[in-house]
Write a protein that binds this ligand. Structure first.
Ligand code: GAR
Length: 197
């Protein structure tokens, strides 16, 4: 199963995928890692691991439609079976979703449909919930919407900061992302991986 992973930041969840592949525990081919801006650690660590990388810099395009078209083109060039948004903090166009319909996977640091958006951890703390968590789901054209594949709860503890809670969520999120990809890879191997939306 060929995957393209999209990142905007440090890519620590991506690193868990790279580690699982390197250890022979996850049977996927990371065809490429792409970012929406230059200088991300996610791209740097992928290049260091010998993975193809690309940047489609959002700021280099005069409008969102052009950027979306360029991103779609860059990802399609790798002919992925699954595209993983792993801390990719841009909303993609319906055109992108259409090009990779039912193949676009997203992870989110909250129990969707609660607390979607760029600040899922902060918003959960601000609301005062006692339990939050993470979600792996098929992404559609909405913000952190689409069919849920896996979720796991994480308790918010007294004295938690956004950072400490996010780190604990990410420990679970990494495991959930790797195990979800393992299930999809097994389905792909037996020809059962059908794009879904
Ligand atoms: C992850 O927690 C991911 O769920 C979140 O960004 C973090 C990326 O961490 N994504 C979103 O909030 C998307 N709405 P990483 O760069 O260390 O893997």
């Amino acid at each position: 199963m060929r995957i393209v992973v999209l990142v905007s930041g440090t890519g620590s969840n991506l690193q868990a995928v790279i580690d699982a592949v390197t250890a022979g525990e996850l049977d996927v081919e990371i065809a490429a890692v792409g970012a929406d801006r230059p200088g991300t650690y996610g791209v740097e660590r992928s290049a260091a691991a010998g993975i193809d990388t690309f940047v489609v810099d959002f700021k280099a395009y005069s409008d969102r439609a052009e950027w979306n078209a360029a991103l779609t083109h860059a990802v399609a060039a790798y002919n992925p079976d699954v595209v993983v948004s792993s801390g990719f903090m841009r909303i993609v166009s319906p055109g992108f979703i259409e090009a990779f319909e039912g193949k676009y996977l997203n992870t989110h640091p909250a129990l969707l449909p609660a607390f979607p958006g760029a600040h899922g951890v902060r918003d959960a703390m601000a609301y005062g919930v006692k339990v939050t968590g993470c979600t792996v789901h098929w992404a559609d054209a909405g913000v952190d919407t689409g069919p849920i594949i896996a979720q796991e709860a994480v308790a918010i503890e007294d004295g938690d900061t956004e950072e400490s809670l996010h780190e604990r969520i990410k420990l679970v999120e990494r495991r959930l992302l790797v195990s979800t990809l393992a299930v999809l890879a097994a389905e792909h191997k037996t020809g059962q991986l059908a794009p879904r939306s």
